[in-house]
Design a protein around this ligand. Sequence first.
Ligand code: MV4
Length: 664
Amino acid sequence: MFNKILIANRGEIACRIIRTAKKLGIKTVAVYSEADAIARHVALADEAIGIGPAPANQSYLVVDNIIEAALRTQAQAIHPGYGFLSENTNLAEACAKNNIVFIGPPVSAISAMGSKSTAKQIMQEAKVPLVPGYHGEDQSESLLKAEADKIGYPVLIKASAGGGGKGMRVVEASENFAADLNAVKREALAAFADDKVLIEKYLKRPRHIEIQVFCDNDGNAIHLFERDCSIQRRHQKVLEEAPAPDMQIERRDALGKAAIAAAQAINYVGAGTVEFIVDEDGTFFFMEMNTRLQVEHPVTELITGQDLVEWQLRVASGEQLPCSQSELSINGHALEARIYAEDPDRDFLPATGLLSHLRFAQDNRHVRVDTGVRQGDTVSMHYDPMIAKVIVWDHDRKSCLRRMLSVLDETQVVGVTTNIDFLSSVVSHPAFQAAELDTGFIERHHEQLFLDNEEINDNILALATLFILLTRSQLALDKADSSLDPYSPWNSTNAWQSNLDSSEEIYLAEDDKEYQIIAHYKKHTVCLQIDDKQINVNGSLDKNGDLSADLDGTRTHVTVVMPDDMLTIIHSGNSYELKIINKTDHHADEDATPGSLLSPMPGKVIEVLVNAGDVVKKGTPLLILEAMKMEHTITAPMDGTVTTLHYAAGDMLDEGVELLVVEE
Ligand code: MV4
């Protein structure tokens, strides 16, 4: 086994790998960009080496910098995690040249799976089932069209070099074939500099089922069952579970055998995932093989009781697989939810910002939270916006889902918008509960999954006001001299007494809606008047800032975070944001220039689609922005003329800057 390894990654996966290394007594070296100097993965590692500026292509993606860090610290092996250089043959080759072990498969296996059509060719020879289709060398339009006609419509045209859903088009009928083919070729050439395509029968409601495989250097190969990853949005997985609901034993066995055949066809070594699409009748077809450890590996760990990173380290150091196929079995059910900094109501626009408050459920036998951030860290525009993976285990699927909902309710993030409520909507949806899973789930149930946020109600206003009054009287008490108070400093009765028989007005605002609350101080409580309703309130603040409140005799417990004049109340999974309005120096926000379009996030301008002077219609695409692997199109808010353009393709921008102006 190694004495010291370097982790060529960041975030939760770097932390995850360090955890197992520590367990095995292996020293760890972290690498970090300038944006990550005080990141959690750096703090957890034994040593850490800076490898360059924040943009990944100047740090985490620079092979030479990673190799140099490993040589300098005398790390014997490099674990690439997922993403970044994990499926990059240059890193694997550079490792070999420098006598460092690459914790991953052989270069030949990575290359073999890099092209979709090569992969399909190999799998066909290995008798792994493929979607009926064409993946040959002849790319003439007439031949491709003849193949499509033979398969029968609808067909799917895929870019051979594609991935992650880029460069794909469904052709509904023969007469559309030529136009769709040209569109895919154009996209593929622009995105991958390679316009080779393949054609497949289009499956209407496929499930995404993948098999975890593991191979060692002695030719042993086993599988660790399946994961169902059908719940995706824009080809990004959102929820993953194991085992797949309703999986028959015979089918699992057949999938496992096919996955092992796929791995052995390319002389695989280490952890790999073979992805299949499964038709409505259960027929399965090879899709692609991922030659790395996957984000969703924890669900497999929870149902098998194995540590896959430990397996990777053992196999990479030359040991045989830790157990045989017959020693593995499925125990219970596991579900993973990916918590992202993003806004589901704005088409999952990535969000950035300071995590001013962050609280996760406690890890235990049923709950595991894998994260790379702590309270006070920043989600920046430079990397993937995933905040954490929440993974739960229970004896059966129903209990597992119930537990996930309660763990999501306990997850508190203030400072950046997240998908937590959206995840809860998916998990509680009757179709998800009934395991009606396929890759179109989110689109099909769109209406019900994007319910409006909970409305602010009188109780929330009362809780906010109570928190403000208690915090303020606490500050006054602290000032007065806490040593004079023999009782708890949070004793609220004392606080009220100084204000006996007086009243005051508190103003709170949500967006442009303003609320007035009048607080009448009584001997032991405060009576809050909100419109014509009265609520008697009392309560106290805990050490961690949580509020225990009594509203007309009903006790509730909420978390309140108040950096400056923004107040966030987190109450059983819902959070409410209110601004505290100071009436004495209140200025109306200055109106932005009409027609001025602001950048919704920090990012890079990919393309400017209009020129100054162009006449545009409401909804005309004007400019394409990219941040954190996602593209966003800015469209005209009304009919008008483009008068000012501030940026060109390639420019980097901050959030909130004026991009261009459209005048009526
Ligand atoms: C398909 C398909 C239907 N029929 N192939 C999307 C990403 C790429 N890796 C494969 N994908 C698909 N291939 C045939 N013949 C539907 C998809 C697909 C999909 C697959 C897995 C997970 C999510 C998906 C979302 C949309 C479409």
